[in-house]
Design a protein around this ligand. Structure first.
Ligand code: ADP
Ligand code: MG
Length: 211
């Protein structure tokens, strides 16, 4: 598995579609647990990435990730803009002088993004946020790579971990984000940001499985 900027942008265009296809569902989740704008926010950011996909595909990986981060940060008004912006800008530093992303480097990128989101959001696992989809995916990725399982099983396991993680936010009481201000702290409803994070990880795992 090797990704260049071109493939990474192809993946993001697919992720944008996946988010769009589930727009009403994401809006309904954020309408209950937050202020209802999470899909609109993500759509604003990801449609800009789709528009710029051909241009960003020509950049070095590091510059490509930096531009993705800047685009998401400026296009998305909500907290997810700052969080994804920090994630991509931190990852762009890991990609300095790298020409392709292989499987171990992809793990390092996802792990760097996780750390950046935790730091920017002053949050951790179990707080009912996007972290609850990304963190278990990173853990399963690391364990599977260390154990040396085959790529297709590894990518499937990472995808499952992200989806299970998003589903697990249903029973959580929010500690961060707008759901904290809801009377029941969002209990009984999946966190929208965890769901869109899982969509991205699922799309990425499907994409790299077919390379
Ligand atoms: P806003 O909360 O500003 O309306 P969005 O609706 O776009 O922004 O994004 C909400 C999502 O952002 C939440 O569902 C949650 O997953 C994530 N989120 C919010 N605050 C934090 C935080 N402090 N740390 C990590 N993720 C967070
Ligand atoms: Mg919102």
């Amino acid at each position: 598995m090797n990704l260049t900027s071109k493939e990474y942008m192809e993946y993001l265009v697919l992720a944008a579609k996946k988010i769009d296809d589930n727009g009403n569902y994401i809006t309904s989740l954020d309408a209950i647990t937050g202020d209802g704008d999470h899909y609109t926010n993500m759509q604003l950011g990801f449609s800009k990435l789709t528009e710029n996909a051909d241009e960003f595909a020509l950049l070095s990986l590091s510059e490509c990730f930096r531009k993705i981060g800047m685009t998401l940060m400026s296009a998305i008004g909500g907290s997810s803009g700052a969080l994804y912006g920090s994630a991509y800008i931190s990852a762009s530093k890991v990609l300095m002088d790298k020409e392709t992303i292989d499987t171990p480097l992809l793990l390092e990128i996802l792990s760097t993004m996780l750390d950046a989101i935790k730091k920017r959001g002053d949050a951790d696992v179990g707080m009912k946020t996007m972290i609850d989809a990304l963190a278990p995916a990173v853990d399963v990725f690391r364990d599977g790579l260390t154990a040396g399982i085959d790529s297709s099983s590894l990518f499937e396991a990472v995808k499952q971990a992200a989806d299970n993680g998003a589903q697990s936010t249903k029973d959580m009481e929010a500690v961060k984000g707008r759901a904290y201000y809801q009377a029941n702290k969002g209990v009984g409803h999946i966190d929208p940001g965890a769901m869109t994070m899982a969509y991205q990880i699922e799309t990425l795992m499907d994409y790299i499985s077919e390379l």
